[in-house]
Design a protein around this ligand. Structure first.
Ligand code: SF4
Length: 319
């Protein structure tokens, strides 16, 4: 289920519109793992990770990165990626209903450019070799995008002529909240990575979390306004509702302080205000969260995604 693409006369450029226009059919994401960890968890930048980050490294739906098959034999990176792709296709197969479709290889969990460029090249190249995969989407941090990685990705893009999306978890431009959530880098690091990515003409998508403890609605709108005004223009944005998940430091903070959690009505209001700030060319990839129900502590209303999207759609129509 998607979301409404009109606020009065303003057109929202939704991801499904973009994919249909670009590829002429439905395009499904295959959640894959590159096997990378994260410098904010392994002690390089920090060891606790971002306070909201779950055991799955903010990618709880991805397949597993295996180094052995079911009989205990070691498997190559290429075999591993093929196996993950097959298993991820199986997971989305019930949605296909015989319609024409393609896939995006989505490396979501942890920091997927935090590794040896030659190993990462084998991983990404294997995914790109699959003809039905039309694009790569790589979730990472701006402090893990050295020129060696950008050159490797540029080379792959030139060879395979497929889109490469880089997804950056910025969450907020407010330095105080960024420190509070232990993001582990400051805004100029994002700005430098963004500039270098755009110089090489990568498609950049930025994640924003709405509802961080201590942030006012004005703080959230400032982040979206900043992203809307980036030059060169941002390609895509994910607006994500803050989820409090079991086992995270955010869950401890929630238990100790009981910080404010949006009601569905409050969230709808914020989403509409954010969407109004975005120019038409920025593709809106997400307007809700995507946390696993088995880990969800709050807000519990977010578990009913159908109801959330219906209510947001209504708020958009009424705006
Ligand atoms: S950067 Fe991503 S993977 Fe690393 S701790 Fe933060 S949310 Fe988790």
């Amino acid at each position: 289920m998607g979301f409404c693409s009109i606020i009065r006369d303003m057109k929202i450029n939704t991801l499904s519109d973009y994919l249909k226009k670009t590829y002429g059919c439905k395009v499904y994401k295959l959640s894959l793992q590159s096997g990378c960890t994260c410098p904010n968890r392994d002690g390089t930048v920090g060891s606790g990770g971002c306070t909201f980050c779950s055991e799955g490294g903010s990618g709880d739906f991805a397949a597993f990165f295996l180094t052995r098959d079911e009989y205990g034999n070691s498997i190559t990176i290429e075999e591993n990626i093929d196996m993950q792709i097959e298993s991820a296709k199986e997971k989305v197969s019930s949605k296909l209903k015989g319609q024409d479709h393609k896939y995006i290889a989505y490396f979501q969990s942890f920091t997927n450019t935090y590794g040896d460029p030659s190993v990462l090249k084998r991983i990404f190249e294997r995914a790109l070799l699959h003809t039905e995969i039309v694009a790569l989407s790589i979730g990472t941090r701006p402090d893990c995008l050295p020129d060696s990685i950008l050159s490797m990705l540029e080379e792959l893009r030139n060879i395979y002529k497929k889109e490469i999306w880089i997804e950056l978890g910025l969450q907020t431009i407010n330095e105080e909240s960024a420190r509070h959530l232990r993001r582990g880098y400051e805004l100029p690091v994002f700005e430098d990575a963004y500039r270098r990515l755009k110089e090489k003409k990568f498609i950049v998508i930025v994640h924003v979390i709405l509802g961080l403890p201590g942030e006012s609605v004005d703080d959230m709108l400032s982040t979206v306004k900043y992203l809307a005004g980036l030059s060169p223009s941002l390609d895509g944005i994910k607006l994500q509702l803050l989820h409090v998940l079991k086992g995270t430091d955010l869950a401890k903070e929630y238990e100790e302080t009981g910080f404010h959690i949006f009601s569905l009505e409050e969230y709808c209001d914020v989403i509409v205000r954010c969407l109004k700030l975005l120019p038409e060319n920025i593709v809106v990839h997400r307007i809700t969260g995507d946390g696993p129900k088995r880990l969800l502590i709050a807000p519990l209303w977010s578990a009913n995604k159908k109801n959330v999207l219906n209510t947001i759609n209504k708020a958009i129509r009424d705006a």
